[in-house]
Design a protein around this ligand. Structure first.
Ligand code: SAH
Ligand code: SF4
Length: 359
């Protein structure tokens, strides 16, 4: 028996087991993917749930070194959807039985922004008769703001830790109080304490990142008892500081492959959480998200931002589907999920089984 198949028999993995799993290739990699597919079938089934993604504004106060819409990038045309454009997108999701929407944007800590999100959440609940689940992904906020949004009806929140290695975190962010690793951790705690289904994640294949960092990320997810994970490959953007290190990166195909292995290993470790197949997978491989589903992911976030603005929410280059309208997107996804042997959970929230069990 190979070392990998022996590790896959274990009921828990050490840091060194995880590093070996993340390095495996060829037949061993096929073994890993076979196992993660089986674990997925057994614990979460073959249903894939949609979260209609509304990227409602690319205005951001922060300056993450990897991100194309960082505040200091003056080449970006900034936009902010109107409330009625956002509500129309939510109505589209409801009419097409998407089950849930995600409101995502750059970070904004103003009281006016907090008020606006509260009102949007209530209005989305109202227009869908409470049917649409709402996930927020709008960065670090105070505990009281998180609570207000939760009380208005948002029930999931995504806040990626980006990397669980504090010193790497500080290499990929400016060294100031607005980009503080511990504050990000505190926000994750606050989200959990408020009652959200809490999601986090990392970027895979960042400059300076090692396999050992990624193994540590997996242990971090497990130790923090998170309900959902969204993680995907790092993709460079020429208007960002990290672009200077583009020659030191893993080749893009390896970053993609590593992302699939991260999903597969995480599915085995945390068998009943929700795992999203990140859109960044598709920026590398046209069938990237489907491959993510096959090896363990069960969530897809179809972009339902009005087509006019999609080009400007350029976190990274080569972002897929930026020239499509939401309706085209849906037909395309039906076919894609079938290809990955999945079935779409239309009209269902598809909450994290891990979260429901805790309750
Ligand atoms: N502003 C919010 C949400 C929008 S950014 C926040 O930062 O939490 C959403 C995610 O995009 C980030 O968490 C980051 O992980 C990802 N992202 C940004 N730039 C990226 C890049 N160049 N490659 C891959 N993912 C990136
Ligand atoms: Fe802003 Fe999020 Fe991009 Fe950081 S990752 S610059 S917080 S949009």
């Amino acid at each position: 028996m190979s070392n990998i198949s022996a590790i896959l028999e274990q009921s828990s993995f050490s840091q060194s087991d995880l590093e070996q799993l993340l390095k495996c290739d060829g037949d061993e990699k096929r073994l890993l993917f076979k196992k993660s597919g089986e674990v997925k079938d057994l614990f979460v089934g073959n249903k894939v749930y949609f979260r209609g993604l509304i990227e409602f504004s690319n205005v951001c106060e922060k300056d993450c070194y990897y991100c194309g819409i960082r505040n200091s990038n003056h080449a970006v045309r900034r936009y902010n959807l109107t409330d009625s454009e956002i509500l129309d997108a939510a109505r589209f999701a409801d009419d097409n039985r998407f089950g849930s929407v995600v409101l995502q944007s750059g970070e904004n800590s103003s009281p006016a922004f907090a008020d606006r999100i509260t009102s949007l959440v209530s209005q989305i609940k109202q227009l869908s008769n409470g049917k649409l689940g709402i996930t927020l992904s709008v960065g670090e906020q105070s505990e009281s703001v998180y609570r207000r949004w939760f009380e208005a009806g948002a029930h999931r929140y995504l806040l990626r830790i980006e990397t669980s290695n504090q010193s790497l975190y500080h290499k990929i962010h400016p060294d100031d109080q607005h980009h503080d690793f511990n504050r990000r951790l505190e926000c994750l705690q606050a989200l959990k304490a408020t009652g959200y289904q809490t999601g986090t994640g990392v970027i895979i294949g960042l400059p300076f990142q090692t396999i050992s960092d990624l193994a540590h990320d997996l242990l971090f997810f497990q130790e923090s008892g998170i309900d959902m994970v969204g993680m995907g490959p790092y993709i460079g953007h020429s208007d960002t500081p990290l672009y200077a290190f583009r020659d030191e990166l893993l080749p893009i195909q390896e970053r993609f492959d590593l992302s699939l292995k991260m999903i597969a290993v995480l599915r085995i470790m945390m068998n009943d959480i929700n795992i999203a197949a990140a859109t960044a997978l598709q920026a590398i491989d046209p069938l990237g998200r489907e491959k993510g589903i096959k090896v363990g992911a069960n969530i897809i976030m179809p972009n339902i931002t009005p087509g006019l603005y999609r080009n400007d929410y350029s976190l990274y280059e080569n972002k897929p589907c930026i020239d499509e309208e939401p309706a085209q997107c849906k037909g395309c996804l039906d076919a894609r999920i079938a290809l990955a042997d999945g079935e779409i959970g239309y009209g269902e929230w598809g909450d994290s089984k891990h979260f429901l069990k805790k309750k």
